[in-house]
Design a binder for this molecule. Structure first.
Ligand code: IMP
Ligand code: MG
Length: 179
């Protein structure tokens, strides 16, 4: 059995190698080129988890493209309704642009739906979604995910940008939890 690792209080085992991740990213890069090479797309990266995927994907693109970063911020509303999550980071106009949302993993789809709601009134030309990982059995939404790197079962995973309580984003391979 390959080496297990401990992160905080949990144990994980190797699951997806960096080599396999790299091949999945190259496949997405090829698909993006075929679809969007003439569109000067703007990649909107959903932080924090997608930073590593976005960096490696962007290096593989050999056509004009731009990149910017957005993230969810929790803030205390004035009402006592608890934390509201809002998106921050978009300080430029994206009107008329071809947007590609970059996510590390789509699980239930709830986070991505929030991003889509946020973009609704921005008058963009077209929108695509790219995710390195997808958990089809957990997915509850209807919107189309245009580019998927690797489909996985519902196990909790870490590494390559994905965290467990902030830890393990730096691992270059992906690990899954040992129940
Ligand atoms: P969703 O809103 O349920 O689709 O979840 C999406 C977000 O949850 C991702 O952007 C990740 O930040 C996080 N997430 C979902 N599954 C995992 C996992 O297995 N490991 C680490 N983070 C995850
Ligand atoms: Mg994420």
């Amino acid at each position: 059995m390959a080496t297990q690792i401990k992160v905080l209080d949990k144990y994980f085992e190797p699951y997806i190698s960096h080599d396999k991740i790299d091949k999945a990213i190259q496949k997405i890069a090829n698909e993006l080129k075929a679809d969007l090479a003439e569109k000067n797309p703007l990649f909107l990266v959903i932080l924090n988890g997608a930073f590593m995927f976005a960096g490696d994907l962007f290096k593989k693109l050999d056509f004009p493209a731009e990149i910017s970063f957005i993230k969810f911020a929790s803030y205390e509303g004035t009402e006592s309704t608890g934390n509201v999550r809002k998106l921050i980071g978009l300080d430029e106009s994206i009107e008329g642009r071809t947007i590609v949302l970059i996510e590390d993993i789509v699980d239930t789809g709830i986070s991505m739906e929030k991003v889509l709601e946020y973009l609704e009134d921005k008058n963009i030309a077209s929108l695509r979604i790219a995710t390195l990982l997808f958990k089809p059995k957990s997915y509850k939404k209807q919107f189309k995910i245009d580019y998927i790197g690797i489909e996985i079962p519902n196990d909790f995973i870490i590494g390559y940008g994905l965290d467990y309580n902030g830890q393990a984003r730096n691992l270059k391979d992906i690990y899954k939890i040992i129940p």
